[in-house]
Design a protein around this ligand. Structure first.
Ligand code: SAH
Ligand code: SF4
Length: 345
């Protein structure tokens, strides 16, 4: 990819791509590794600052390349420290990338987007309401993380693929971005979570990779009828088949999966629903994460009371101890789950 001035954009490329570019420009391949180190580990904003590269090489880079073409269009800091970035690509499309830090832990978690908009169209999700615009390239996904790292001069330690888009409907670029983030930014594979609405054939494909990724499923309803109303994807991939695929993933990789369940008042949050969830997940190794519904503009849904949330939780705890209620992060800046729709606030 080159920008308007015909310069190569480097941030987010794999090492092999960077090497190819360097060698095609008459430089020895080992320089790619040094350059990648500046881009991925040292958060360099300019070629000038890359002071172990020769002056000649640096000035050549100025002529033929740019570091990044991802622009920070807006940056919002929440009361709880969550930072939401609105990032703009050269074609004018914007996505959100969110950075969360959790108290008392040195972890810095980035939530990345894989598509502009989303084709799945879940009824409770702001991204879904926006429709689908385009897939992101691996380089663009990786550059979301690198842009944050350059901006704050920090290193991200954990990643969740939970921003805009359905990662498994942009499978190849998602997997490629995971490989780059894992091998070149050295974000541990066990610290990377991919969240899906349940694209069955792609869950099997991901299982074949046999990596130690955390796979998270957006369940949200324990039966076909209700799930269909909330998530149109249920028509194509019924929940029973999705759970079968998740079991296969857990067994093959030896990794416990995560189940995400957005609690919507009076819709999917009764004790009967919780009992059904327990039954449905029998035989699966999982942690379950309850997400109290976050308001989306113009929506008919409501968040349940704390009492209802706790009642639901206690039913789940009868069979599975690892039940957590996801803390609301960044609701004041519309950075919470389901609130990402590429708008400027
Ligand atoms: N597209 C992927 C990943 C992104 S969404 C997926 O659906 O899994 C991250 C999580 O937030 C998903 O579990 C999603 O269903 C949930 N979510 C969407 N809208 C929400 C809302 N308004 N309130 C709470 N959670 C929501
Ligand atoms: Fe897409 Fe996930 Fe939103 Fe559903 S919840 S519309 S899959 S981003």
């Amino acid at each position: 990819m080159t920008n308007a001035e015909n310069k190569k954009v480097l941030s987010g490329l794999s090492l092999a791509e960077l090497e190819e570019f360097i060698v095609n420009n008459g430089e020895p391949a080992f320089r790619a590794k040094q350059l990648q180190n500046w881009l991925c580990k040292k958060h360099a904003n300019t070629f000038e600052s890359m002071n172990n590269l020769s002056k000649n090489f640096r000035s050549k880079l100025e002529d033929i390349a740019i570091i990044s073409d991802t622009k920070i269009k807006q940056k919002l800091v929440s009361n709880d420290g969550t930072i939401k970035y609105l990032l703009e690509y050269p074609d004018g499309n914007v996505v959100e990338t969110v950075l969360m830090s959790f108290d008392k832990r040195p972890n810095l978690t980035a939530c990345v987007s894989t598509q502009v908009g989303c084709p799945v169209g879940c009824t409770f999700c702001a991204t879904g309401k926006r429709g689908f615009i385009r897939n992101l390239k691996a380089r663009e996904i990786v550059d979301q993380v690198l842009t944050i790292q350059r901006d704050l001069n920090i290193s991200v330690t954990n990643l969740v693929y939970m921003g805009q888009g359905e990662p498994l409907l942009n499978y190849d670029e998602t997997v490629k971005s995971i490989n780059i983030l894992n091998s070149e930014l050295e974000i541990g594979i066990r610290r990377i979570t991919v969240s899906t609405s349940g694209i069955v054939p792609k869950i099997y494909q991901l299982t074949e990779m046999n990596r130690q990724l955390v796979l998270a499923l957006s369940l949200h309803a324990p039966d076909h009828e209700l799930r269909k109303k909330l998530m149109p994807i249920e028509e194509k991939y019924p929940v029973e088949d999705v759970i079968k695929a998740m079991k296969h993933y857990a067994e093959k990789t030896g990794r416990r999966v995560t189940i995400e369940y957005t609690l919507i008042d009076g819709v999917n949050d009764s004790t009967e629903h919780a009992e059904k969830v327990n039954k449905l997940l029998k035989g699966l190794k999982y942690n379950i994460n309850l997400i109290p519904y976050n308001p989306v503009c113009g929506d008919k849904f409501k968040k349940p009371s704390m009492e209802r949330i706790n009642r639901f939780k206690s039913v789940l705890e009868k069979v599975e101890r690892k039940v957590t209620v996801r803390l609301e992060r960044g609701t004041d800046i519309a950075a919470a789950c389901g609130q990402l729709a590429g708008q400027i606030l």
